[in-house]
Design a protein around this ligand. Structure first.
Ligand SMILES: *Cc1c(COP(=O)(O)O)cnc(C)c1O
Length: 407
């Protein structure tokens, strides 16, 4: 039985491996014992319990947040297909464990609920992903969030501060936040790094003292525009709390989505490297284009804390933001004009996506908050894909020339 093997096999690779090897092999450690070459998809919603005493023990363990038990009991408590991609992500982030959720927002919600149980005051550094900002600012979860500059964390820490939350590179301006400095300022308070833009290929926050690493796996980890998922890598104690919350709230990753996520991981480094090479070329050309007044890209040094490139952040990545002289109307015209680039929200897909943060992803921020964090009416965010870079440039150049404000 698959679950029995999965529950008892030592799920670790025998020795340390380079990231590119882990991307291909992590979470697949039980394949040999199973006699398979691809992850089995277990779609069971429930599992037979023949031995009631053993079933009760498994139930108790899973509800309390155990990573696995002899019997999965019920799909809201455990799923072996999901557990494999969790194991892979833990290895990739250098963490004890990882916990997968139905989306990035479900993952963040679980971390915030865990923080609420520990005190309920959260310090967060803007800019953040628009919906994350909205969830924190709305008070919906009964958490008190204080938005602070990274430099003010130590001064604003309180006895009931349960979490410090940062996003680096930040969405949509690509500003970088110094993880080492934030971890030092947070002291005993756990730090969560939303590392969605970086992926484990470019950044490893756990090694810098972060307690949680969050990914919207919808983006680079899935990578093909067909999965919505969230994942948190963290220590075993934190993971136990998150699994217990997930069992209670039900924000599960479906095994088919987990399979697709796991399916995409082996090519993650290749995708990130190719998209990053394309982005470097496009960033330089956009910065020089007469319709563009600024181009934010870590590789151009045009973002906050760009000096962290090469240390904290191994490469500049494939996201960039650029400001159009023609403002909102010019951005709307570009959305209409692109043919090869997809005018859509989301990012980290194999295809190039372009969108308007003020009108879409960061719409939920108040206008003055948008402006204060550089989300201007003419700002566009480009998530560069793995297409041929000259084809992409031709499309972007034509779109920029079509706008009424081009010179
Ligand atoms: C998309 C995104 C999220 C939210 O993830 P979903 O999977 O859409 O719920 C959180 N943080 C960042 C940086 C994102 O880009």
């Amino acid at each position: 039985m698959l679950w029995a093997l999965n529950g008892t096999a030592p799920m670790t690779l025998p020795e340390p491996h380079a990231l590119s090897t882990l991307l291909v092999h992590a979470g697949r450690e039980d394949f040999d014992a199973l006699g398979v070459h691809a992850p089995p998809i277990d779609l069971s919603s429930t599992y037979p319990v023949r031995d009631l005493a053993a079933g009760t023990a498994s139930f108790d363990a899973l509800v309390a947040g155990a990573a696995r038990a002899e019997n999965p009991i019920y799909a809201r408590l455990h799923n072996p297909t999901v557990a494999r991609v969790e194991q892979a992500m833990a290895r990739l982030e250098g963490a004890d464990a990882a916990v997968a959720f139905a989306s990035g927002m479900a993952a963040l919600t679980a971390v915030l609920l865990a923080a609420k149980a520990r005190g309920g005051h959260v310090l967060a550094v803007r800019p953040l992903y628009g919906t994350a900002d909205h969830l924190l600012a709305s008070g919906l979860l009964g958490i008190e969030t204080e938005f602070v500059e990274a430099g003010a964390i130590a001064a604003r820490r309180r006895p009931d501060t349960a979490l410090v939350l940062i996003e680096t590179p930040a969405n949509p301006t690509l500003d970088l936040v110094d993880i080492d400095a934030v971890v030092a300022a947070a002291g005993p308070v756990p730090v969560l790094v939303d590392s969605t833009f970086a992926t484990p290929v470019l950044q490893r926050p756990i090694a810098r003292g972060a307690r949680y690493v969050l990914h919207s796996a919808t983006k680079f980890l899935g990578g093909h525009g067909d999965v919505v998922a969230g994942i948190v890598a963290c220590g075993e104690a934190e993971a136990t709390a998150l699994r217990s919350i997930r069992a209670a709230t039900g924000a599960l990753l479906h095994p088919l989505a987990a399979f697709l996520l796991h399916r995409g991981l082996p090519t993650l480094a290749l995708r990130v490297e190719r998209a990053q090479a394309n982005a470097g070329v496009l960033a330089r050309r956009l910065a020089e284009h007469p319709a563009v007044t600024r181009c934010c890209y870590p590789g151009l040094g045009t973002v906050r804390n760009a000096h962290l490139l090469g240390t904290q952040l191994a490469g500049p990545g494939s996201l960039l933001a650029f400001e159009l002289a023609g403002g909102h109307a010019a951005a709307a015209a570009v959305m209409r004009a692109v043919r090869l680039c997809t005018p859509a929200v989301s990012l980290g897909s194999v295809d190039t996506l372009i969108q308007h943060p003020a009108g879409l992803t960061h719409r939920v921020l108040a206008g003055d908050e948008q402006r204060r964090h550089g989300i201007t009416p003419g700002l566009m965010r480009l998530s560069v894909g793995i297409e041929d870079v000259e084809d992409l440039w031709r499309d972007l150049k034509a779109a920029l020339q079509s706008i009424p404000f081009s010179r």
